[in-house]
Each structure stands twice: as structure tokens, then as C-alpha cells.
Design a protein around this ligand. Structure first.
Ligand code: HEC
Ligand code: HEC
Length: 215
């Protein structure tokens, strides 16, 4: 398993994926576009629990670009039961060009790493066991792996992680026929059979310290 992760990381380093994506976005233009996002995600993209908006700072740019395109196209957030995705969809639709998306993501990527408070009451030991199945894709430290299309999970709000897992399980996220990456995660979410395991794994992820993808 370690070898798999390591070869994934080596691939990332070889491709130099991160900087190549960043080069495409204009941070100054992205800052202006981010004004609208700040209302929900916070001035530093640290996320706002009261508005159900996750942290975006610290997240991988390639993943945010994909989510924004998926929201815009209705591949994410269009399910009638996706209450919070429905709030985000019209915001993504305001980013009319792919260049706008690249710019706003470049700005978000320039912000400081958030450290969300732990709020989910879950069995961390049980969560650690449950997290073993997540490691091949999301990494030992929840650092994510672009080669496997799996985003960072560390430094994210635990209540948001719980909600996404519930949504994947219920097919509210990942159920659209064109959501090829969400479909993979939908299958994995079925392994967390009980609400207790969902809370446990989110509580464990909240204990993970930041590691960059290259570490
Ligand atoms: C009205 C409040 C609101 C505004 C304004 C808003 N968002 Fe969101 N955003 C949300 C909510 C709520 C979610 C979580 C949806 C869910 O639970 O699936 C979200 C999710 C996201 C995600 C997915 C995060 C992940 O980890 O998958 C990204 C990326 C994002 N927003 C970026 C933006 C950007 C960029 C803007 C500005 C153009 C913006 N948002 C404006 C409410 C908002
Ligand atoms: C086979 C690879 C794979 C495995 C194993 C896997 N995931 Fe995922 N996960 C993904 C992919 C791919 C996505 C991105 C889906 C998308 O683009 O919408 C994802 C997305 C997520 C998200 C949404 C993050 C966000 O910011 O919205 C959460 C939460 C998550 N996974 C948690 C887990 C947990 C917990 C486990 C273990 C029980 C797990 N994953 C196992 C591939 C995987």
C-alpha cells in the first residue's frame, strides 16, 4: 500500500502537476472574483459552519477546478435532495469562463491554510481503522493524490466531511451519470455502513496534521 502511495507521489513530482495548474490562473483577477465567494466561504476561504460552506484554502487546485466545472454543468449539486449543493451551483454558474475558474482558484490557492475546529463527536480509534480503506486514494495523512483523482481531506471541516459521506452514500452526490470521480467515491462510501462509522472516520480525519503532497 505504501509503495502504491509512493509511486503516486513520484508521478506527481515528475509531472510537476501543481505549479503547471497554478500558472494558468491570474491571482489579481481571481481576488476580484473571490469577493462573491467570501460571503459564504469566508474572507480567507476558511469555511463558515453557520452557512454550511466548506474550507477551500489548502485544497488542491485541480480538484477545486473540477468541482466548479461540475457544479456549473449540474454534474454536482443538481440532485433535488442536494440542499447545500443547490446553494453553490448558481455561484459556480457566475464563473462564466474556464479562465474565471482558473483565476479564482489561483487566488484561493494563495491563501493561508485553515485549521478548522473539531466539532464531530466520533470514536477516533474506530475511525482510524475505518480510514485504512481510504489510504490508497486519499493518503495516510489525508493529503490527497492527483494521480488517483482523490482530494485532500485534512484541514477540512469535520461536519462537511460527514455531510459529503452521507450524500455519497445516499447518491445525492456522485449519482449523476457524468460524475465519474464521484461514482468512485460513492462506491467507497458504502463501506461506512453505519452513521457511527461515518462520524468516527470524520473525527479521525480531523486529527490529521497537514502534509504537503510531496512529503
Ligand atoms: C451562498 C453561499 C456560497 C457562495 C456565495 C459560494 N459558495 Fe461555494 N459552496 C457553498 C456550499 C454550501 C458548499 C457545499 C456544498 C455541498 O455540501 O456539497 C460549497 C462548495 C464549494 C466547493 C466544493 C468544495 C469541496 O471540497 O468539494 C468549491 C470549490 C466552492 N464552493 C467554491 C466557491 C467559489 C470559488 C465561490 C465564488 C465564486 C463560491 N464557492 C461561492 C456555498 C457558497
Ligand atoms: C478508489 C479511491 C478512493 C477511495 C479508496 C476513497 N476515496 Fe474518497 N474520493 C475519491 C475521489 C476520486 C473523490 C473525488 C470525487 C469528486 O471529484 O467529486 C473523493 C472524494 C471524497 C470526499 C469529498 C471531499 C470534498 O472536499 O468534498 C470525501 C469526504 C472522501 N472522499 C472521503 C473518503 C473516505 C472517508 C474514504 C474511506 C472510507 C474514502 N474517501 C475512500 C476516491 C476515493
Amino acid at each position: 500500500m505504501k509503495t502504491l502511495i509512493r509511486s503516486g507521489l513520484l508521478l506527481l513530482i515528475t509531472l510537476g502537476a501543481g505549479p503547471a495548474v497554478l500558472a494558468a490562473g491570474d491571482v489579481a483577477k481571481g481576488k476580484a472574483l473571490y469577493n462573491i465567494c467570501a460571503a459564504c466561504h469566508g474572507a480567507n476561504a476558511e469555511g463558515t459552519a453557520a452557512l454550511n460552506a466548506p474550507a477551500n484554502a489548502g485544497q488542491d487546485p485541480w480538484y477545486m477546478i473540477r468541482q466548479l466545472k461540475n457544479f456549473r454543468a449540474g454534474i454536482r449539486g443538481a440532485d433535488p435532495d442536494d440542499t447545500f449543493g443547490a446553494q453553490m451551483r448558481p455561484m459556480a454558474m457566475m464563473l462564466s469562463s474556464d479562465q474565471d475558474i482558473a483565476d479564482v482558484v489561483a487566488y484561493i490557492t494563495s491563501l493561508d491554510l485553515p485549521e478548522p475546529p473539531q466539532t464531530v463527536d466520533g470514536d477516533v480509534e474506530l475511525g482510524k481503522q475505518a480510514y485504512e480503506t481510504c489510504i490508497p486514494c486519499h493518503g495516510e495523512f489525508g493529503q490527497g493524490a492527483q494521480a488517483l483523482d482523490a482530494p485532500r481531506l485534512s484541514n477540512q471541516h469535520d461536519w462537511y466531511i460527514v455531510r459529503q459521506l452521507e450524500n455519497f452514500k445516499a447518491g445525492i452526490r456522485g449519482g449523476h451519470q457524468n460524475d465519474i470521480y464521484g461514482a468512485q467515491m460513492r462506491i467507497m462510501s458504502q463501506m461506512l455502513e453505519s452513521d457511527e462509522r461515518v462520524r468516527a472516520v470524520a473525527a479521525y480525519i480531523a486529527t490529521l496534521e497537514y502534509r504537503s503532497v510531496g512529503e
